[in-house]
Design a protein around this ligand. Structure first.
Ligand SMILES: Cc1ncc(COP(=O)(O)OP(=O)(O)O)c(N)n1
Ligand SMILES: Cc1nc(C(=O)O)sc1CCOP(=O)(O)O
Ligand SMILES: [Mg+2]
Length: 241
């Protein structure tokens, strides 16, 4: 069997022989915060979001002890598996492997990309949080698959970090990054086209979906706005590896 055929077995998408990695195949990434979900479980809210077309989920429940996080992740994985929605977990490289998740999202205090890669392998995604052009660029150089840059707009949980980055920094980061850049922080439906215009590959959000009572409807609405802003298949994007 030739190298290209062997690689095709690993990656059924459009990778060439030198690139046996999964491409980033989503543009709308829902990041979780169960404290925002009122009157029901996170699992039920995510079930609704998945049914309404959310493209990927990053589980970010940083206050949970390991056993509780394990159990919650198993529940959420059952939901995402039904629709083959990629599930990533914030920081926990160990749980990404133990539960065979789609990937891990690294914070500033997480393992560096190179160490995380040795653990999760090439068939799981590694995302990195970046808060400047330099960090976004570095993450790609280090071998991350995508970057989440923020906060682009004002958002309550990040006030302590000062002024949001804004469009100019987002555009600069997108120009200099070798990997897809997702905009985070204060993303709303109305802001999606403007971050697309700045060069973002996609958007990541918490409150825009989970802060709403009608999680299903708002997911469908965001999904439609994202598809309008980026009509192309993310796997065809030159950034998508
Ligand atoms: C300047 C700056 N530093 C840190 C953060 C937040 O860190 P991050 O690693 O992104 O972690 P979470 O966003 O998951 O809390 C920031 N926004 N800005
Ligand atoms: C988790 C997170 N990280 C950010 C960063 O800048 O790194 S901003 C953010 C919060 C995003 O929430 P919302 O969509 O409700 O504004
Ligand atoms: Mg962050």
């Amino acid at each position: 069997m030739g190298v290209a055929s062997a690689v095709a077995l690993i990656c059924p998408l459009r990778c060439v022989a030198a690139c046996p990695m999964l491409p980033v195949n989503f543009r709308l990434l829902l990041v979780t915060d169960r404290s925002l979900v009122h009157g029901r479980s996170l699992e039920s809210a995510l079930r609704e979001s998945v049914a309404s077309g959310v493209q990927a989920i990053q589980l970010r429940e940083r206050d949970l002890p390991t056993r509780e996080l394990l159990s919650l992740t198993q529940q959420i994985r059952a939901v995402t598996q039904e629709r083959a929605v990629p599930l990533l977990i914030n920081d926990r490289v160990d749980l990404a492997v133990a539960l065979d998740l789609g990937g891990v999202h690294l914070r500033a205090s997480s393992l560096p990309v190179s160490a995380a890669r040795r653990v999760v392998g090439r068939h799981r995604l590694i995302g990195v949080s970046a808060h400047s052009v330099a960090e976004a660029r570095q993450a790609g150089d280090d071998g991350a698959d995508y970057v989440i840059l923020g906060p682009i707009f004002e958002t309550p949980s990040k006030r302590e970090f000062g002024d949001p980055l804004g469009f100019a920094v987002l555009a600069d980061a997108c120009r200099h990054s070798s990997v897809p850049v997702f905009a985070i922080g204060g993303i709303t439906r109305e802001r999606i086209e403007s971050v697309r215009d700045a060069g973002a590959f996609g958007v990541a959000m918490i409150g825009g979906i989970l802060g709403r009572a009608d999680v299903g409807n708002v997911t469908a609405d965001m999904q439609s706005a994202v598809r309008t802003a980026w009509p192309s298949d993310p796997r065809d994007d030159s950034h998508a590896r």
